[in-house]
Design a protein around this ligand. Structure first.
Ligand code: SF4
Length: 719
């Protein structure tokens, strides 16, 4: 009998109506690679990332099975695509996979009752999905939906509801889940990700995994298989080959993410880092390397940060520095002394490390949160990425008993850029975040929103860093300054800024909804939907940053406000602080809202000796990559770049710098010139263009900033 091949489409869909920071579909790539290996040519497989491609292909060649990776940024998109797929082929068998499902059996059952999918793969999907397909192939051609739900079989790592009884059928883990070595073939080396890595219209970043699972099992997280807290590893040689493949294949600059939960947890990770470093130097294509460091391998972390050098500011996620708080979330940080020692070690190597902080952790008060932020600076982290806590289905924190114990209340808001209209269906995604705990009120959380925004602007994207570092050198804590400027400001002195902050605060207050239905009722109205499609739904901090970058009058007021707050606390320093305000203002590019939005102005500025000496810390500090041969040679020996370093390290600054500043005396005036590196300007124009700047410059700025926090800082040097 001439039987048509079983046609399987696998998708890790994204909302692509605005360019955003997304990666190649590595997850479904792994599943497809194993499926192809096990089934060979007996099945037809195809991978998708963009919804319109999937819709048009489903129309011309309808699939028999649609396998969708499901997370909270695409859950409603998956529902829409399922609907469209079933209109084309009512017998379409839909399988979801991913951690976006509660872990307990009643939660899984509830999910299957309320969602359109026929089956959900829980935990690792490769073997689970291949086993299902293998079973179907044994009986193909057939009606798969009917076949599965009346099969009476419990498929490994998969859940469905039995046809007549609606009983939950949930299989055990496959044997491979218990093996230390992960036996799945590489989707990179099979060429499955080639169509995505050089995608022109929507840049996607390369991603690799070298190991799976995480021993910590934090209650807010859904990483890996929590029943198996052992680390499992991919073959070392394959990982190295994958890295070589990515660097060789990429036609564009990229940011490489190593997706492991704890890079550095294994001894071999230093060798992997060496290869990343070697390839980065050889090809000069990686703008940045993103890694999340192991939480306990302090010595190895230091080694890795040294190897990767300036292209990587590793993330050592502490979530809080308030002792005793993280334990409520199921994890324990190393002692604060050990953390401090680690950060100091990284800095002694001439490198940097950043951290992650969560707002609204169970048990943490507003005061403790602010004190913890002070420690972020005191300990010497280069910066902290601060986030609200998402209550993820599948996390312990989302379970009723846990929520009750810590008084967690949550609300919903739109996920920025996760919306669009596909095949005539309007879709919006929402995130559910903690909005109240026993220790922090809703008002506290709202108040901290502006504080966090100011921290983000001044430190995360470094718009005011030289000023606040100067304050810190003079025993004025930057967090006190940030708290101060986050209070109500004088609208006569700062008319543009006070208006902007009013809008910011109103948006921050109004963006929360009690339920998805309530939010949909508002956003799906034609006018509201058209508005977010046109203007975007703001990721507030990034939008604020983009406004400051694009509107020089607003930026002037903002930096003036910071300067004023410092001057009030440091009498007799007015002249110096004014110079710093001016420098911070000029250090960012002016942006035109036309083609080639960035120009090299090559303007100059005069500085006093004291400020020029302070600012030597920021020469060459405008970018992560500096590919000049001089820097390449010295990068491992110890780059001079301090941030929150204690005052004593500033003392020998003049001796340490190779700039001409050291030859001058204290009464000298020093002239500096901006835009000394034309390549930086070219690079930025290219990044803006590649990220959709011609259509929407505000959104493009935000995406570029997400990828490179110092993208908009200009190069400069003393003349
Ligand atoms: S350490 Fe990180 S990856 Fe591991 S469970 Fe905690 S948050 Fe998740």
């Amino acid at each position: 009998m001439n039987t048509r091949k079983l046609r399987i489409y696998l998708a890790d869909l994204i909302h692509d109506r605005h360019i955003y920071n997304y990666s190649v579909p590595l997850n479904v790539g792994y599943i497809t690679a194993l499926l192809n290996k096990r089934m060979g040519k007996a099945v037809e497989t195809k991978i998708f990332k963009f919804p319109d491609n999937l819709i048009s292909t489903m129309k011309s060649l309808p699939p028999d099975i649609l396998a969708l990776s499901n997370y909270d940024w695409n859950v409603n998109l998956n529902l829409a695509l399922t609907k469209i797929g079933r209109e084309i082929n009512p017998d379409l068998f839909v399988v979801m996979g991913g951690p976006n499902i509660r872990k307990k059996p009643e939660g899984i059952r509830d999910y299957l009752i309320h969602h359109q999918c026929d089956m959900h793969v829980v935990n690792e999907g490769e073997d689970a999905f291949s086993n299902i397909v293998e079973y179907i192939m044994g009986l193909w051609p057939c009606n798969i939906r009917r076949l599965i739900n009346s099969s009476g079989i419990k498929f490994s790592n998969a859940a469905y509801l039995e046809k007549d009884t609606q009983n939950l059928m949930l299989g055990k883990k496959p044997d491979s889940a218990h093996e230390k070595n992960i036996p799945f073939p590489s989707p990179w080396l099979a060429g499955l990700l080639d169509p995505f890595i050089n995608n022109v219209s929507f840049p996607l970043q390369p991603l690799i995994e070298t190991n799976r699972n995480c021993p910590y099992q934090c209650h807010f997280c859904v990483w890996g298989d929590f029943e198996l807290n052992k680390i499992r590893i991919f073959d070392f040689d394959t990982v190295i080959e994958e890295l070589r493949y990515i660097f060789k294949k990429s036609e564009h600059q990229f940011n490489l993410t190593i997706a492991d939960a704890n890079f550095g947890i294994l001894k071999r990770d230093t060798e992997i880092a060496e290869e990343v470093r070697r390839l980065s130097d050889q090809y000069k294509k990686a703008d940045r390397i993103f890694i999340a460091q192991a939480k306990n391998s302090i010595k190895r972390n230091l080694e890795i940060s040294k190897i990767l050098g300036k292209r990587c500011i590793p993330e050592f996620a502490v979530q809080t520095l308030t002792p005793g708080i993280l334990e409520y979330s199921g994890r324990k940080n190393p002692s604060n002394d050990a953390i401090q020692e680690y950060v100091a070690g990284v800095k002694n190597n001439g490198h940097e490390v950043m951290t992650d902080i969560l707002l609204g952790l169970p048990g943490e008060t507003k005061k403790q949160y602010i004190d913890s932020m002070k420690k972020v600076i005191d300990f010497g982290f280069q910066r902290a990425s601060v986030a609200d806590i998402r209550l993820l289905d599948g996390s312990v924190m989302a379970e009723e008993d846990y929520r009750k114990k810590f008084g967690l209340e949550s609300r919903f808001r739109v996920i920025p850029s996760a919306y669009g209209e596909y095949g005539g269906i309007k879709v919006i995604e929402y995130e559910k975040c903690v909005r109240k705990t026993n220790a922090m009120s809703t008002e506290d959380l709202l108040e901290l929103r502006l504080f966090n925004a100011n921290f983000f602007l001044l430190y995360y994207i470094e718009l005011g860093r030289p000023m606040l570092d100067f304050a810190y050198k003079n025993n004025l804590h930057p967090i006190d300054i940030i708290a101060e400027v986050s209070k109500k400001i004088d609208e006569n002195k700062y008319p543009l800024l006070s208006k902007y902050i009013e809008r910011f605060t109103k948006t921050a207050n109004d963006e929360w909804y009690d339920s998805v239905e309530e939010a949909d009722n508002y956003f799906l109205q034609p006018n509201n939907f058209s508005k977010i499609m046109k203007d975007g739904f703001p990721k507030l901090n990034y939008e604020y940053a983009a406004k400051l970058l694009i509107n020089s009058d607003l930026r002037n007021e903002f930096l003036g406000l910071i300067g004023q707050a410092i001057k009030e606390k440091l009498p007799n320093q007015d002249f110096i602080v004014n110079e710093l305000v001016k420098f911070c203002f000029q250090r960012v590019f002016s942006i035109n809202e036309r083609s080639n939005p960035i120009n090299s102005k090559k303007d100059d500025m005069e500085l006093s000796f004291e400020i020029a000496n302070h600012l030597t810390n920021y020469i060459d500090d405008y970018d992560y990559i500096n590919t000049s041969s001089k820097v390449d040679k010295t990068v491992r020996k110890g780059e001079v770049r301090d941030s929150f370093a204690p005052i004593s390290t500033f003392n020998n600054k003049i001796e340490n710098t190779d700039s001409s500043i050291k030859d001058l005396n204290k009464n000298s005036k020093i002239k500096i010139k901006f835009d000394v590196d034309d390549k930086k300007t070219e690079w930025l124009n290219y990044q803006i263009e590649r990220n959709g700047g011609a259509n929407n410059i505000m959104l493009a700025i935000q995406v570029v900033l997400q990828k490179n926090q110092k993208a908009f800082l200009r190069s400069w040097k003393p003349q």
